[in-house]
Design a protein around this ligand. Sequence first.
Ligand code: ZN
Length: 331
Amino acid sequence: MDPMKRSWMALTLALGLVLAQSTYTVQPGDTLYSIAKRFGTTVEALQVLNGLEDPTKIAVGQVLKVEGQPPAPAVQRLNAPFGALELPREVSQGQTFRLRVRSGAQVTVRFLNQRYAVQGESLLIAVPRLHPEGTYAIAFDAAGSSYSARLPVRAVEKGRQALTLSPDTAALLQPDKIAAELARLTDLCKSGPAEQLWQSTWKKPVDSNRITTIFGIRRSYNGGPYRSYHEGLDYGAPTGTPVFAPAPGVVALAEALFVRGNAVVLQHGLGVCSGYWHLSRIAVKPGQQVKAGDLIGYVGSTGLSTGPHLHFEVRVHGVPTDPAAWLVRAP
Ligand SMILES: [Zn+2]
C-alpha cells in the first residue's frame, strides 16, 4: 500500500475513534430528552451508554457519552464436566443476562432459588430488582453431576417515589385482585414459544422520549411503606398515540384488566414477554402474530393510572427486568 493511502487510512481510523467516543457536557436547562434530540439518539441509549441509574436525573457539568455502543458485558468461560459454559462476570439487580451452554446433556440451572431447564444452547435469566447484593452460587445439573460457579449481583440505586392516589384510583389497590392479576401475567410469561423470536435490538414501542417513571424505582402509595417498585418504563404521550410491537411476538393477552386497565401482553420466546398497560384502545387479538413495528394499541389512562402514558414492561420467566436495555442492546 502506498504511504499516502496508509496515512489516510490511519487518519480515518483515528477520526472514527474520536467520533465513536464523542462526549457532551451537561449545560443548565438540559434534559436527557433535549440532549437525545440534539444528537439524534434516544434517552434509553444515553441511559445505557452512560450507566445512568436514573435517566431523569442529570447534573450540570456531567460529561455524557453521546455516541457508540455500550460495552458488551465481560464474560467468564468455564469448562464443566458435561460441557462448556459462558456467563457474565457480574450482573446487576433488574438486569437480564444470557447463559450459553454447550453440552450434549439436558442441563438444569439453579440461581437465586429458581430452577431453569436449558432449551437449546441459551438461557435468559433476570435478576430480581430487590434481590440483596452479594455473590451467589449458580449451579448446573446435567447427566447426574453438578457444577457450580460464583456470580456477583451488584446493587443499583433507583430512588423512591411517593404516589398520592385519588379515592377512585386507590380503590383499585385490592391485594387479592392485585395478586390474581399478577399470577396470571407471570404464568403467561413463563409459557410461550420455546425459540427466541427476535433477531435484533428491540424498537421503541411509542414515539416519545419523555420517560416519566423509570424501571426499578421504589414506590409508596398514599403514605404507605415502600414495599413495591415500578416494574416497567413509563412514557408520557397523549391519549391515542399509537403503540407498536418492539419485537416479533405472539399476542398472549389483549383485554381490560382490573389494575392495569386495557392491556396487551406479547410473548417473544425463550421465556420473554412484554406488557403494555393503561391503553385507551387495543388493536390486536389473542393468538395473533406480530412483527416489530406492528400496531398493537393506543396510549390511554385506563386502570391504575394518574394520566395518559404508556407503561411498557419486559419480563423474563415472569421476573420484571429493565426494558431500556432491550432497546439498546437486546440481551
Ligand atoms: Zn408504569
